[in-house]
Design a protein around this ligand. Sequence first.
Ligand SMILES: Nc1ncnc2c1ncn2[C@@H]1O[C@H](COP(=O)(O)OP(=O)(O)OP(=O)(O)O)[C@@H](O)[C@H]1O
Ligand SMILES: Cc1ncc(CO)c(N)n1
Ligand SMILES: [Mg+2]
Length: 593
Amino acid sequence: MKGFIASLVNLPPLIASKKDDNDDRSDKDGHGKGSAKGALIVVYLFALLSCPSIHSRRLQKGQMQVLTLKFQPYGVLNLKAVYETDVFAVTSGCSKQRVPHVLTVAGSDSGAGAGIQADLKACAARGVYCTTVITAVTAQNTVGVQGVNIVPERFVSEQLQSVLSDMHVDVVKTGMLPTVGIVKVLYDRLKQYPVQALVVDPVMVSTSGDVLAGPSILDTFRDQLLPMADIVTPNLKEASALLGGIKLQTVSDMRSAAKSIYSMGPRNVLVKGGDLPASSDAVDIFFDGLEFYELRSARIQTQNCHGTGCTLASCIAAELAKGSQMLPAVRVAKHYVETALDYSKNILIGNGLQGPFDHLCKLKRSVRNSSRLQRFDPDDLLLYAVTDSRMNSKWGRSIADAVKAAIEGGATIVQLREKDTETSNFLEAAKKCLEVCRSHGVPLLINDRIDVALACDADGVHVGQSDMPVHVARSLLGSEKIIGVSCKTPEQAHEAWVNGADYIGSGGVYSTNTKANNITIGLDGLKTVCLASKLPVVAIGGIGPSNAHAVMELGLENLKGVAVVSALFDRECISSEARKLHALVLETTKKTT
Ligand SMILES: Nc1ncnc2c1ncn2[C@@H]1O[C@H](COP(=O)(O)OP(=O)(O)OP(=O)(O)O)[C@@H](O)[C@H]1O
Ligand SMILES: Cc1ncc(CO)c(N)n1
Ligand SMILES: [Mg+2]
């Protein structure tokens, strides 16, 4: 067969394929690359055979041929064939890219703080395309809702049909669904055009207290929409309405509510505590059917809170559309809302009590291409994965594949420590890792190399005592990047704090082969450093599943987690090791707090 085709197009019998450098669709541990190459050749040969105008043209040495194949809706695949010296090379590249896409089905807010307008801005800020199906037009401002005009359900259905039949939607997010009829047409269209995920924000009452959807929709919500939802995000009033009017006043009430709403069928529940009385934090409860997560952020002192719920749900949808898992999507969304509220806390738009906030603060801050809005959260230190180039080459893994596996298993922060990698390769690897980390909402730090961190816009650096001094690193990186420092003594910990570090790594707690000539400080040394440190601490050095609990059981308030190298990266299955360690550390953290 190969000989026959080669003779048709005057090719040498050797056929090879190349993958574009920027084509990162390889699977976890590098398997499947061979078959992707094979598939590419098959597609190319099929195109040659089925298109006489191509194989009638005989390729000469050095000539290039480009075949453009349309694969709707995924875009256009360009197959580039070059008859080089003795190898016929086929390379691929998509000249058109599909953009992550959220469809919002919601009401219009003339004041543009909530509803469709918030959804559009949030998706734009998160780098995702957003289409809109409008269910109602509200006359609304910072004082309240002055009028509501409901769009006839036939026309809601028509809008849904227009978008879903033509444009590939990844995630549908719902907001104001004012009538039972509208909920039903949405349900029918989603059955007709299934999507990757459904985010339901069960909007019922505006921040000003005006009713946007009455209790008559509740039964249809419970029976039809919730069982279809990947996540439902009620605020306190909405959660109470879904549960027949019970009172929700404490975090513990929120947990029970999340569990009861989960039993209505959604895959995940987020009960939002923006309106929780007497709470100094903004606390949300996330429940995935197995575990509860208490997501806390600072409560921003501002009146500009109108539209936080719509924005949060849209951002969750946007992150899911980019490929994120649910919990990281929720974490990123919460952090985004907090950052936008903080940025906008003093803006003045309108005379009422519910001002809008600025979703696009990112543009003004000129945060480049960053889907993680940086601010260091010490809880991210829980399971800190540190890569090692020798281990990755030993197991035949790329750095990005190793990092992805670690995150999938539960690593909460990643540091690239690549002592033997050439700078240009390191930079390329760091960029790939950053994509992985951003899509999971996990910060990425670079060991020692401030230049590499700057070049790839990583979230920060980790430096040793003999690397770049912390205050110099801070002035190079700016105030928003994370800086960590290795410290063995209380004096070093104090100096790190004075010079503007965000956390310290302290060890080696146990002896290790990863670092030559490293002094072991033991659990006692770690304790001494933690007690003296004003910064959060992550323990490092020889830590693995057999001793992580002993470290965390020290029960020190600022000891936030463990950093691991060999226990993850010198193992056959990184993700299952990470899963084990994550569960272990989490368990001991819960026990000691
Ligand atoms: N002042 C605040 N500071 C920080 N985060 C806040 C604040 N207010 C609300 N949030 C967060 O915003 C998100 C939305 O929660 P909220 O309870 O306000 O939703 P909502 O009532 O549906 O909002 P809206 O009806 O205004 O769209 C939650 O993650 C919540 O914790
Ligand atoms: C249109 C619309 N949707 C949602 C909300 C909830 O904030 C609002 N106030 N207005
Ligand atoms: Mg809401």
